[in-house]
Design a binder for this molecule. Structure first.
Ligand code: ACO
Length: 427
């Protein structure tokens, strides 16, 4: 018999099992609490609630650790590739050479979209935000590929998985091209995942496009850094949508909608805007004072889970330097502002006391801008990369025999029961 927790309520003691994971805090299993004590637990924002059991990603926010299937994110970013990380997240182990070749083939040969799909894009206003296009287009995949929407069939689940990882760059690049008024570029199977995506975004019929290994590697690494992050808001949205049996394309569209919010996927755009607003290093003290006076927040700083340096931010900082040097912008004034701001904040008691460290978004805006992306594409790139995390978490949930529809309860504070009053008697 393992540990138990006791709650004394209404003169009665209820004993609850305590479950242990391989790492991280134990959890008190409250599933029987309502039946035994007629009470719910209350935790809006899920700050103390484990919503599921998972074997995919582990975060230790106090130590600044992020592991995918046990492997540290910095090792994966340095030594692996995005597609290998996709395989790892989906299957639990790094692939053998043969498994990798087969996986890469499966992804590469699903990158095209049904031709009729292009007409779907044409329905959007030409100035539509690319995230609006993403939500609509990814949801529409279920209408085009309903031969892979039977969630009870493992083969269907795997095909839908391959399709989504493969088609997301094509959809994202089309959303970008559409907003620019440029022709769509078809995928090419001889290019790597990141090369293919950059080419679909930046090549135009009027001139040749050549892959740049430094920029391609940076793009791939940015995808790795955003691939999964355990039960964050968008992932929990995907799980909740999927718990009703909804098809995976619809679930991922729900995840994209959630990611769109500025507290989640939109923060890198805000961080870039902040650096632009500061503009020069000499204005940093004044800006930091404004943060301390609580007039605004330091964007790209702080995290709900990390109370230490976000391990992804370190990799992003290195990538940022590499990209800016490659595009001949090593002296970018915004990079200077970012580095100085980081130095000041990390040594200032206000930020130290509150455990505020740079998060992944602090350097990603400058990097993505140097790669050629406008701010409205930043969240789209996040969605593209996170698709594998969403789908791996969705698959894990569907394959769990104890899976149930997600149905939170509530603390009701509205009117008690009362009788209907006809309109002539109201007032
Ligand atoms: N700048 C200044 N002060 C901050 C910041 C910040 N970025 N973040 C938190 N604080 C302060 C708060 O004012 C508060 O101080 P107080 O105790 O004196 O009132 C304390 O730190 C705790 O703040 P909370 O809001 O309770 O922290 P929470 O964990 O809920 O917030 C969040 C996390 C939303 C990410 C927050 O740090 C923030 O707004 N950061 C800026 C936005 C950002 O960069 N988001 C990206 C997140 S990473 C991602 O989504 C990939």
């Amino acid at each position: 018999m393992g540990d138990t927790a006791k709650i004394g309520i209404g003169g009665k003691d209820v004993e609850l099992p305590v479950l242990k994971g391989t790492a991280g805090p134990d959890v008190v299993d409250i599933r029987k609490l309502y039946a035994e004590a007629d009470v719910f637990t209350y935790d809006p924002g899920f700050t103390s609630t484990a919503s599921c059991e998972s074997k995919i990603t582990f975060i230790d926010g106090d130590k600044g650790v992020l592991l995918h299937r046990g492997y540290p994110i910095d090792q994966l970013a340095e030594k692996s590739s995005f597609l290998e990380v996709c395989y790892l997240l989906l299957h639990g182990e790094l692939p053998t050479a043969a498994e990798y070749t087969e996986f890469e083939h499966n992804i590469t040969y699903h990158t095209m979209l049904h031709e009729q799909f292009d007409r779907f894009f044409m329905g959007f206003r030409r100035d539509a935000h690319p995230m609006a296009i993403m939500v609509g287009a990814v949801g529409a995949l279920s209408a085009f590929y309903h031969d892979s929407t039977n969630i009870d069939d493992p083969e269907h689940r795997m095909i839908a998985t391959h399709r989504m990882i493969a088609k997301m760059p094509t959809i994202a690049a089309r959303a970008f091209k559409y907003s620019r008024g440029q022709p769509f570029v078809y995928p090419r199977n001889d290019l790597s995942y990141a090369e293919n995506f950059l080419r679909m975004c930046f090549s135009v019929p009027a001139e040749d496009w050549k892959p740049n290994p430094v920029l391609t590697r940076a793009m791939d690494r940015i995808f790795i850094l955003h691939a999964d992050h355990e039960q964050n808001a968008s992932t929990s949205t995907v799980r909740l949508a999927g718990s009703s049996g909804a098809n995976p394309f619809a679930c991922i569209a729900a995840g994209i909608a959630c990611l769109w919010g500025p507290s989640h996927g939109g923060a890198n755009e805000e961080a870039l805007n902040m650096l632009k607003e500061i503009g020069t290093v000499d204005r940093i003290p004044e800006y930091v004072q404004g943060v301390k006076d609580r007039r605004y927040r330091l964007m790209g700083f702080g995290h709900r889970v990390y109370k230490n340096y976000d391990p992804r931010a370190k990799v992003m900082q290195t990538t940022c330097h590499e990209v800016l040097a490659e595009v001949g912008n090593a002296d970018d004034p915004l990079l200077k502002v970012a580095m100085e701001l980081e130095k000041i904040a990390l040594n200032d008691p206000y930020f130290i006391e509150r455990k505020l460290y740079p998060n992944v978004d602090f350097y990603s805006g400058i990097t993505l801008r140097a790669l050629g992306f406008p701010p409205e594409m930043f969240t789209v790139l996040f969605a593209l990369a996170r698709t594998v995390g969403w789908i791996a978490q969705w698959k894990e949930m569907i394959e769990d025999p104890s899976q149930k529809i997600g149905r939170p309860r509530q603390l009701y504070t509205g009117a008690p029961q009362r009788d209907y009053v006809s309109v002539d008697k109201r007032g």
